[in-house]
Design a protein around this ligand. Structure first.
Ligand code: BT5
Length: 320
C-alpha cells in the first residue's frame, strides 16, 4: 500500500494531493493514508502536509525504478533497480544485501548518502541532487582483468558525461571524471572473494547531477563541478541514470568479449594527464615524471630522470 501511495505522490509530484483523494483512490481510510505518509517520511521522502491542501512530495531527483527498468530491455546492469531516498552508502547497502542473493546487475540508488565513500577511506559528499548508485557484478575473470574494470567503467562514464554536460570530459587515472578541469564524477570498486575467484564486485558511482558546488564543503566545492553547472540546466535524474546504465552495460559486454585493447585507446585519448608531468607515489616513494603511457594492464607509465616507473595503484597529481 505504501508503494501505491508513493506512486500517486510521484505522479502528482511538486503539487498537492489531498488525503481524502488518496484515501478514495486507494480504498483506505484517511488515518491509514496518514500512517503510510509518516512511514514514507521516516524512509527519507521529503513530503509536506498542509491542512486544507493535502500532501506534496518534493522531487529532489527521485528515481522511479519501473521507468528505468522499462528503458533497459534485456541488459545485465539494471536487472533489478531499487531506490532509497536516504542511505549510509549504496556500496554498503548493496553489500549488506548479499546474504539475500541479489541478482547480478542489481542497482541500488540513493537520494542522499550519510556516509558516501571514496577510495582509500576518503569521504564522498552526497547531498540531494546527485546520482549516487552501486551495482553488483559477479565476473569470472582473473584478478588483473577484474581490476581493469575500473578503467573500463571510467571510459563508459566519460562518454555519458559528454552527452549531458555538452562538453568533452576527461579521465584522471584511474577513474575520476573531470569536466573543465573539475571533478564531476567518481568510481569506487570493491571486491570480495579470493584472488582469481571474485565472489562479487560492487561498483559505486557518484555523479554530481543537479548539485550546486557552493553547497559542498568549500574545499571540495572549489575542485568540483556538476552537470547543472556545466550545462546550465536542471537534469532529469532518471534520464541520466538510464543513459549511464546503458553505456556501462555496453562497455562491460565489449570488455568481456574483446578485452581491453580498444577501450585502452579510448582511455588514452581521454586521459587528462597523458604526456604531462605528474606526481604520484609507489610505496613510500614520491614519483615525479612524464606520464608517457597507460599499458595493457592499465598501469601508468612514468618516465623519470633515468628510468620508467610503472604505477599500478594510487592517485595522480597533475603538475602542469
Ligand atoms: C571517488 O573516490 O571518486 C569514488 C567516489 C564514489 C562515490 C560513489 S556514490 C555511490 C557509491 N556509494 C558510495 O559510498 N560511494 C560510491 P576518490 O577518488 O577517493 O575521491 C574522493 C575525493 O573526491 C574526496 O577526498 C574529495 O576531495 C572529492 N570529493 C568528495 N565528494 C565529492 C563530490 N561530490 N564531487 C566531487 N569531488 C568530491
Amino acid at each position: 500500500m505504501r508503494q501505491m501511495i508513493l506512486k500517486e505522490l510521484i505522479q502528482n509530484r511538486d503539487s498537492f494531493i489531498s488525503g481524502s483523494q488518496l484515501a478514495e483512490s486507494l480504498g483506505i481510510s484517511r488515518v491509514a493514508v496518514w500512517k503510510h505518509i509518516e512511514a514514507l517520511k521516516k524512509e527519507g521522502y521529503d513530503i509536506t502536509g498542509v491542512s486544507g491542501r493535502g500532501y506534496q512530495l518534493k522531487d529532489n531527483g527521485i528515481i522511479i525504478p519501473e521507468e528505468i527498468k522499462a528503458g533497459l530491455a534485456q541488459q545485465l546492469i539494471g536487472s533489478q533497480v531499487y531506490y532509497y531516498p536516504y542511505l549510509d552508502s549504496t556500496n554498503e547497502a548493496l553489500k549488506r544485501s548479499i546474504k539475500d542473493h541479489p541478482l547480478e546487475g542489481t542497482v541500488y540508488v540513493a537520494g542522499k548518502q550519510a556516509e558516501g565513500k571514496g577510495r582509500r577511506g576518503r569521504k564522498w559528499e552526497s547531498p540531494p541532487g546527485g546520482l549516487w548508485f552501486s551495482f553488483l557484478l559477479r565476473p569470472t575473470l582473473p584478478l588483473p582483468q577484474t581490476a581493469l574494470l575500473s578503467l573500463v567503467f571510467a571510459v563508459s562514464l566519460v562518454k555519458s558525461m559528454d552527452v549531458f554536460s555538452g562538453l568533452p570530459c576527461q579521465i584522471k587515472w584511474p577513474n575520476d571524471v573531470f569536466c573543465q578541469g573539475k571533478k564531476i564524477a567518481g568510481i569506487l570498486l570493491e571486491m570480495s572473494g579470493e584472488i582469481d575467484n571474485a565472489d562479487y564486485l560492487i561498483v559505486g558511482i557518484g555523479i554530481n547531477v543537479n548539485v550546486r558546488t557552493n553547497d559542498l564543503p568549500p574545499a571540495i566545492g572549489a575542485i568540483s563541478t556538476s552537470l547543472l553547472e556545466t550545462s546550465d540546466r536542471e537534469m532529469d535524474a532518471n534520464e541520466v541514470l538510464l543513459t549511464v546504465l546503458k553505456d556501462l552495460d555496453r562497455y562491460y559486454r565489449q570488455f568481456l568479449k574483446n578485452g581491453f585493447s580498444d577501450i585502452r585507446l579510448e582511455f588514452k585519448s581521454r586521459c587528462l594527464h597523458l604526456g604531462n608531468a605528474i606526481e604520484t607515489t609507489r610505496g613510500q616513494d614520491i614519483i615525479r615524471g612524464i606520464n608517457t603511457d597507460i599499458d595493457e594492464m592499465g598501469n601508468l607509465m612514468v618516465q623519470c630522470q633515468d628510468n620508467v616507473v610503472r604505477i599500478s595503484t594510487g592517485d595522480v597529481k597533475v603538475l602542469n
